[in-house]
Design a protein around this ligand. Structure first.
Ligand code: ADP
Ligand code: MG
Length: 255
């Protein structure tokens, strides 16, 4: 694997659902080693974009490179190097947490000892080691989220896609996630994370893109975006200015 400057490159990414265009010509250049936040209001096209980037949805148009590789030409290499926690989590309901991680390790061709080591470390780290034989089908939403992140990390990817990773997890787990992900990026790997929660992005990410109605409306280093818009402003103010538009005043006279 050559050292690449850009972990993700997308040019003119489009995804239509019938007559509706959910992703409308998105360009992305995500530097390797960055903690990249993909922000936008509900329905802006974040999940659709991440699905297109990770091969879960076929783009209607556009060009894509992950870690310098074309997914159409190097699908196997990309599957080895890229981890994904998609919107729907995609877990096998009839497996336990341990079996899930074993399965992922097998698919990625890890030896028995290494597989067990990574499985046990991840189960302990995610506080899932006491779930024993319980099936994923009976897991809470937060437990599923933890397991999905563990499964994505187990093969040791260089690039990690996370769709709303903190949504539905408790404060303790969220803190664990943040530490884990920050350490992951410090090792030189790349994270592309979607969120509609500004504080999370503000705390973790060094670079962001803001998407609204399928189009990128701002992109750059977080500090530069804040400075551009007058300086000393919270990301929330910047965000609302960008995508808030002319929304009606939030009062209901009958309430
Ligand atoms: N499978 C689909 N069929 C039709 N419309 C879809 C489908 N998936 C997403 N959309 C629409 O595309 C838009 C963007 O959705 P999504 O990418 O999930 O937004 P976000 O993740 O930013 O909240 C929304 O209007 C959504 O209703
Ligand atoms: Mg979404």
């Amino acid at each position: 694997m050559p050292d690449v400057l850009l972990a993700i490159e997308a040019r003119g990414l489009v995804r239509r659902f019938g007559a509706f265009t959910a992703v409308d010509g998105v360009d992305l250049a995500v530097p390797a080693g960055s903690f990249y936040g993909f922000l936008g209001p509900n329905g802006a096209g974040k999940s659709t974009t991440i699905k297109c980037l990770t091969g879960l949805l076929k783009p209607s148009a556009g060009e894509l490179r992950l870690l310098g590789l074309d997914p159409l030409v190097h699908p196997v290499e990309i599957r080895r190097q890229v981890g994904v926690v998609p919107e729907g989590l995609a877990l096998l309901e009839r497996l336990s947490a341990g079996e899930t991680l074993d399965f992922v390790g097998q698919v990625h061709g890890l030896g028995t000892a290494e597989r067990a080591r990574r499985r046990d470390e991840l189960l302990a780290l995610m506080d899932l080691h006491e779930t024993g034989d319980a099936l994923v089908a009976d897991f809470s939403h937060g437990m599923r989220k933890k397991l999905a992140l563990a499964a994505a990390l187990l093969p040791g990817p260089k690039l990690l896609f996370l769709d709303e990773p903190f949504e539905g997890v408790d404060a303790v787990a969220a803190r664990q996630f943040k530490e884990l992900l920050t350490a992951y990026v410090r090792r030189g790997h790349t994270i592309f994370l979607t969120s509609h929660v500004l504080e999370i992005v503000e705390r973790l990410c060094d670079r962001i893109a803001v998407i609204d109605r399928g189009r990128i409306v701002a992109e750059g280093r977080l500090d530069a975006l804040r400075a551009d818009s007058g300086g000393g402003r919270s990301l929330e103010q910047v965000f609302v200015d960008l995508v808030g538009g002319a929304r009606p005043e939030a009062t209901l006279d009958w309430l």
